[in-house]
Design a protein around this ligand. Structure first.
Ligand code: ASP
Length: 654
């Protein structure tokens, strides 16, 4: 998908955006940046020195006197120069006659990527010299005057999307990387989607955009927070993981429809494709239930969805947390393809196969399988071996390949012990076709599901690497996951509970009684939104009863309630029933643009190790500057510090 957002398409997008061209046959992406018809077409050239953008010029502009400002993309034999701005490329003819010697000198001597301003006439290219690959390929600019606005030194890399560069170099020189059409496209699309979201929420549905503080205090639960020293000895602010408490307090304050494009901060260490600071579309409403929030979000995505993509179909399907785990082995299933997990325990109830008997005799023992379509045709023996290795290394579990219709001599020995009647039942249950392979495993229920969930994705990757189209790249498959448990056992101490979402989530009304007897069985009013196997949003109906909130915090979660006394107090002063959600904007835009990483949709992202490779943040602060904060740091030795400080921009991290 990503490659489809190439240069040409972007020129088309933006040309179309100006509405000054007659072309109507542009590719699908061209529609994505078009604003709705009732809105004014933006004028890219008022208030500034240029009359037009480079990328917008067409035959319809023939004869017009134009002034363009842009970067020199390249020069050919001192006769042509290609000028670039965000909008596209245009060919400029360098005058050769004596009278224009000074213009020629400027345009021939300015290094590539210098910024120039040229004025001249839009003319047709000579017959046979049209460039159909270039949206401006029918015309060129006959220059009369030129001015060098700023010269460019030798660059660390060429500003051409097809020139490969490491991500570390791109991040180090982000301001240059941003000149690429790809980054221009990604960030402009992001801006447009956010604009449409604001329009939908504020103008169409009466939401109020409220900014909440960035300096806050440490709060219980959830992710680790970044701390900010204060001048009061030993006192720190925390950067909020999300505006969760504030948005609930806004409900108490009577702002019953709140939204914010909110920056959130989580100090989760280095995790691939996560950012220590990221953006949420944060929403809260009073007097709402789960279906109200879901409809709002479906409408929001439908309204803001780029028009070049297939329209968003609503309502989104929904599965319970329990179904998601048992069918897909994960709470964020990729529903673009089938390969569902099937419980085949019943087929083997009276089996003679020893290890299957063993598993079934245990309390949570199950036998499950996935059917890999055309696996016998496309998967190689070494693929099956790598699948089995993954299962044994990561899950300590056996996986057996079973070919029930196809004939392969690397069939597992179990296949030979399967009786005809069992074979027929399996073929029906798993809907096995001729060239399919079944991956069968037996073990504890949850672990077996997680393993097969992982293998499902692994097999999808393997099949796609062999050319099978399993996940349509144009398909956006949204899914609600609902009925999460309110609490999950803590990983480090499974006898203690933690919130599955956050401690403010309300229990499912039918399960409230269980809070006092079997809290681990309580379902919650928490919902997640999943897109193509990625969690892109999550929210819940909140607890608005102070007593219940206190009980959950103090008795079940064993949190220090004093830290949340402000919230508990607020709930007691007439808090309305309320609920909300937050969409992860970076991840959403990443999926919409088909970008390889969320870093490609953020202007100035951190590396996966949380560093800013451009400015080298985080960095040391001299001890005297730390004094007002009453902080003393034992630094690594100066030599080491210097090394790490200077090495970061060049290290191959990203
Ligand atoms: N604050 C929550 C989060 O960041 C979202 C919500 O419950 O509205 O996940």
């Amino acid at each position: 998908m990503y490659f489809r957002c190439g240069l040409n398409l972007l020129y088309k997008d933006l040309s179309r955006l100006t509405g000054r061209t007659t072309q109507t046959t542009w590719g699908s992406l061209s529609r994505s940046l078009v604003l709705s018809p009732q809105r004014r077409i933006p004028d890219f050239s008022n208030f500034v020195a240029r009359t037009n953008t480079c990328g917008e010029l067409r035959s319809s502009h023939l004869g017009q006197e134009v002034t363009l400002c842009g970067w020199i993309q390249y020069r050919r034999q001192n006769t042509f120069l290609v000028l670039r701005d965000f909008h596209g490329l245009v060919q400029v003819v360098i005058p050769q006659d004596e009278s224009a010697a000074s213009v020629k000198k400027i345009l021939c001597e300015a290094p590539v990527e210098s910024v120039v301003q040229v004025s001249g006439t839009v003319v047709s290219r000579p017959p046979g010299q049209d460039n159909p690959k270039m949206p401006t390929g029918e015309i060129e600019i006959k220059v009369k005057t030129a001015e060098l606005l700023n010269s460019c030194k030798k660059l660390p890399f060429e500003i051409k999307d097809f020139v490969k560069k490491t991500e570390a170099v791109r991040l180090q020189y982000r301001y240059l990387d941003l000149r690429s059409f790809q980054m221009q496209y990604n960030l402009r699309l992001r801006s447009q989607m956010v604009m449409k979201m604001r329009e939908y929420l504020c103008n169409l549905h009466g939401f109020v955009d409220v900014e909440t503080p960035t300096l806050f205090k440490k709060t219980p639960g959830g992710a680790k927070e970044f701390v900010v020293p204060s001048r009061e000895p030993g006192k720190f602010y925390s950067l909020p993981q999300s505006p969760q408490q504030f948005k609930q307090l806004l409900m108490v304050g009577g702002f019953d429809r709140y939204f914010q494009v909110a920056r959130c901060f989580r100090d989760e260490g280095s995790r691939p494709d996560r950012q220590p600071e990221f953006t949420q579309i944060d929403i809260e409403m009073s007097f709402v239930d789960q279906t109200g929030i879901q409809s709002l979000i479906e409408g929001l995505l439908q309204y803001s969805w780029p028009r070049d993509k297939d329209p968003v179909i609503v309502p989104f399907p929904s599965v319970t947390f329990a179904e998601a785990l048992s069918t897909y082995g994960t709470d964020k299933p990729d529903t673009r393809f089938e390969m569902k997990i099937v419980d085949i325990s019943d087929v083997f109830r009276n089996t003679k196969i020893g290890f299957l008997q063993d598993v079934l005799s245990k309390p949570q023992g199950t036998i499950k399988a996935i059917c890999v379509p055309e696996g016998a045709k496309y998967l190689k023996r070494k693929d099956i071996e790598s699948i089995r290795k993954l299962a044994s290394e990561q899950f300590n579990q056996e996986v057996l390949p079973v070919f029930l219709k196809a004939n392969r001599n690397w069939n597992s020995s179990v296949a030979k012990s399967i009786m005809e009647e069992q074979r027929l039942r399996l073929i029906t249950l798993l809907e096995i076709q001729d060239e399919d392979v079944v991956l069968l495993t037996a073990g504890e229920n949850k672990k077996t599901c997680s393993l097969l969930g992982k293998l499902r994705l692994e097999c999808a990757d393997l099949l796609e690497a062999r050319g099978v189209v399993l996940r349509d790249p144009a398909l956006f498959s949204f899914l609600w996951v609902v009925d999460f448990p309110l609490f999950l056992p803590k990983e480090e101490n499974p006898r203690e509970l933690e919130s599955a979402h956050h401690p403010f989530t309300a229990p499912h009304p039918n399960d409230i009684h269980l809070l006092y007897t079997a809290p681990e069985k309580v379902r919650s009013q928490h919902y997640d939104l999943v897109l193509n196997g990625n969690e892109i949003g999550g929210g819940s109906i909140r607890i608005h009863n102070a007593e219940l909130q206190h009980y959950i915090l103090a008795t079940i979660l064993k949190e220090d309630v004093k830290l949340l006394s402000h919230l508990l107090q607020a709930l007691d002063y007439g808090a309305p029933p309320h609920g909300g959600i937050a969409l992860g904007l970076d991840r959403l835009i990443c999926l919409v643009t088909g970008a390889a990483s969320i870093r490609d949709v953020i202007a100035f992202p951190k590396s996966s190790r949380g560093h800013d490779l451009m400015s080298n943040a985080p960095d040391y602060i001299p001890p005297e500057e730390l004094k007002p904060y009453h902080i003393q740091v034992s630094r690594p030795t100066d030599a080491k510090a210097e090394k790490s400080s200077w090495n970061h921009p060049h290290c191959p991290e990203s």
